[in-house]
Design a protein around this ligand. Structure first.
Ligand code: MG
Ligand code: ZN
Length: 217
């Protein structure tokens, strides 16, 4: 019981800051997405492709979360968009206070969409509100079609599911219809996109969907 109490207090404190972040983001008219997934599903590739495909449509800023290194921020930086790296030093998820402090570095930059790339982990990032408008869960075809059933909390709390690496489907046992069925059994409201960050397939639909949300939060 004491453990539960401590955890609840941590989450309550996080929620207060998350709501302050949300107010701040609203005042800047930002559409904010929190990208969550297990390591290796292609979060950073999706960030890169989203920047590339959004050129001339809307502007993006990025907060990169990683356990170690600023390698992902360096990848994103090549696209000449505002980016800041949070290194958690072993921490397995981002918290609202880290996002608040990181955003201070972006506050004077001009962009419409903020992408927060969370630490690769399908468990605790589902409990930590960062002040985002939506969570986007990324699942790659290499991870197997039963993932949504194994990590239901993440799929319940997400608004969008991106199924990545569909170019690999011919080589895998992954049944994409089964994957979608499993995800929708956890959360009927999930908006699903099937994409390949390698070939670019499906990305235009994803960009169009984001564009509809720009300026509306
Ligand atoms: Mg990454
Ligand atoms: Zn964690």
């Amino acid at each position: 019981m004491p453990v539960i109490t401590i955890e609840r207090k941590v989450l309550e404190k996080n929620d207060v800051i998350a709501n302050q972040n949300r107010e701040k983001f609203k005042s800047k008219n930002l559409f904010v997405m929190n990208f969550v997934s297990s390591p290796g599903s292609g979060k950073t590739s999706l960030v890169e492709k989203t920047i590339e495909f959004s050129r001339g449509k809307f502007k993006i800023g990025v907060i990169e979360g990683d356990v170690q290194t600023n390698l992902d921020a360096e990848r994103v930086n090549k696209f000449n968009v505002p980016v800041v790296q949070i290194v958690t030093n072993g921490g397995c998820h981002l918290e609202a206070n880290l996002v608040r402090d990181a955003y201070k570095n972006l506050e004077n930059e001009d962009f419409d969409v903020l992408i927060i790339e969370n630490v690769g982990n399908l468990v605790c990032p589902s409990s930590y509100d960062l002040g985002e408008d939506i969570k986007v869960v990324i699942l790659s075809t290499t991870e197997g079609d039963d993932k949504p059933l194994k990590y239901p909390a993440m799929f319940r709390n997400a608004s969008v599911l991106i199924i990545n690496k569909i170019d690999l489907l011919p080589y895998l046992d992954c049944n994409i219809e089964e994957m979608k069925k499993n995800a929708l059994s956890i959360n009927q409201q999930l908006k699903i996109f099937e994409v390949s960050c390698k070939t670019g397939e499906g990305l235009s639909e994803w960009i169009e969907w984001i564009q509809k949300n720009v300026g509306k939060s």
